[in-house]
Write a protein that binds this ligand. Structure first.
Ligand code: ZN
Length: 79
């Protein structure tokens, strides 16, 4: 038998909210991105192995991992 396995990582923009940046300290639009790593067999994604939420500053590009409560706080400031 022959199986072809692989890992695929995709990022999807969820929304953009206003917040202060952890890196540059400026009040700027922050993108919330969901990153998923999936296991694929024969190039067909089957299982999500890892799911992380990222906050990315549109001013300086600083990226950090955020929790679900931090995402909800940013969503309340979304426009
Ligand atoms: Zn920044």
């Amino acid at each position: 038998m022959f199986f072809l396995f692989g890992l695929t990582t995709r990022e999807q923009l969820q929304f953009t909210g206003q917040s202060s940046c952890r890196y540059c300290g400026q009040f700027a639009p922050q993108q919330v991105v969901q990153r998923k790593t999936k296991l694929s067999v024969f190039f067909i994604p089957l299982l999500t192995l890892r799911r992380t939420r990222l906050q990315r500053c549109t001013r300086c590009g600083g990226t950090s991992r955020i929790s679900g409560s931090e995402q909800r706080a940013l969503a309340s400031a979304a426009f």
